[in-house]
Design a binder for this molecule. Sequence first.
Ligand code: GRF
Length: 321
Amino acid sequence: MAEKAKIAVFISGTGTNMAALLYASRLPGSAFEIVLVASNKANAEGLKLAELEGISTFVHSHKGHSRESHDLAMEKAVRKANADYIVLAGYMRILSDEFVTRWLGRLINIHPSLLPKYKGLETHARAIDAGDSHGGASVHLVVPELDAGEVLAQVEVQIAPNDTPDALAERVKIAEHQLYPRAVSDYVSRGNDPAHLFERVRTLALALPETHERESHGSPGFRVGSEKTGKYFAYFSDRHHGSEHIALLVKTSGMDELMDLVEAQPEAYYKPAFYGASGWVGVILNRVDIDWDSVSEWLTRSWRSVAPARLTKLQDAADMF
Ligand code: GRF
């Protein structure tokens, strides 16, 4: 089984979502573990529970600090705890754009509404006032714009005829406690999920001009040119030939470059069996720090190295604009 994803949870209050995450992480087969609970409030109720359960805690009051410097202090604790992801659970501070940008794709939040409805505060009262049939909760990725990142999962909660914001909030919380651990688990696992990784590679590869998919020796491959005379520029390898990696195989300029890459960044590249001998490098996809821009660049470069001049010229012209 893959190593567990390490999570830091940020709280400001009761921390019931943190508790739900914590106990879910203790169930057999959990995909994540909590390595830190951090708060901007020393009296946050959730800290006591985390301590009782033997989880490291960190407190740094935001009072008297700029947003950036407070975020930096929190981030330092996260890095010290070696966390791969930050999960916000009732963290009542808006994070600086710089901080959010540094953690893009690894920063998750839960919001008590069915996003994109009711960003911000007073979500339950707004849902009731609008006459909605349901309230609910959304787990989403955090981006600089408030409550606007990709929604990963949602759960609906029925609104009763004479509902009050407090009563609805209480039921939504119960739903949140089911939703959050599941959504976090699915999200942190997707980097090890061959189907998810393949879909991403496939979308990038087939976005290049005149490409198609063709299997080769049991692995999916991508070719440029016609069905008849096309040439392979990439292969997707799911732990093939005894490799432990899920990887994209692309062409380098030759053995020197291949060996340099593997030596300098063994966490990102390896020399695949068979293909390695002719200068194909394995770009490791099942890693926390995967950089999809770099994957996309490799695909383009490999495509260029085998595409007919007719196509690369068109691409050069397009790139100039
Ligand atoms: C939850 O309703 C969550 O959706 C919102 O803040 C609340 C946190 O509650 N972001 P708790 O501290 O987890 O109990």
